[in-house]
Ligand binder design. Sequence first.
Ligand code: ATP
Length: 270
Amino acid sequence: MVDHATAAATSPAPAAPVRAKMVQASKIYTDPAGAPKRVLDRIDLSLAEREFLSIVGPSGCGKSTVLRLLSGLTPVSEGRVVVGGEEITGPPKGVGFMFQRDTLLPWATVSQNISIALELNGTPPAERKGRIAELLQLLGLSQFGDYLPAHISGGMRQRAALGRLLAYGPELYLMDEPFGALDAMTKMTMGRELLRIWSGHEKSVVFVTHDIEEAVSLSDRVIVMEGPPGRIRSEYHIDLPRPRDLREVRKMPEFRDYCDRIWSDIGYSG
Ligand SMILES: Nc1ncnc2c1ncn2[C@@H]1O[C@H](COP(=O)(O)OP(=O)(O)OP(=O)(O)O)[C@@H](O)[C@H]1O
């Protein structure tokens, strides 16, 4: 663990090339009375190529704001955000977002939702049909391509949203509690799918979750935030074997140990 309260507040330089980083990045919003409100305070964060990084922390500590800064959807107030080697001033290429509630287009079928992502990334029309079929198969949705989002379950909608993200094919996945609304079993299945896809495609992931066990089971590294204003409190390199069986890994004493330490960092003593 690196304790950011006492150690220099920087991540150790990862061995792999850097996919994204935040350097002394702060975000200042305006509160309803018009006064400045510092929601992120001098965040230093480095994400390696092919790294799976999770961010946990209490509600309102700024986890989503970190994702928004990395996505370029929200500009940084102080400091720098660098993605793919370039300081960003807007949404950079190669970045895809997935939210807790799926944001599928309600009037388009599952296949059409995926097709739009393929169109956006420039996949030639002749290749789209085959690619859609592949993705539907990968996500167990082959029977549901012609369904509207309202006519499938919440878990299926999240799978379709993941399919759309994969269709878009970003280098960096920014995921904001993507499985937060799902039941425990579907959540585990989605986590397993995500790991399978991630390990096959070698993309980088920043995954925000309230679920510490989910964070530890999926990640290479877990960052614990505190705030407001949002700061990095500590980080854990998760030294658990890969490939991971998400149920088996939870039985390991090291897994429990990581979770216990993160719970106490967040301030929960049981
Ligand atoms: N557009 C905005 N204008 C003003 N304040 C904002 C805005 N967006 C977020 N905030 C504030 O920034 C702080 C951090 O919000 P953020 O959503 O990043 O936290 P979070 O850790 O993701 O929370 P949660 O776990 O509850 O989703 C909160 O106090 C929130 O009210």
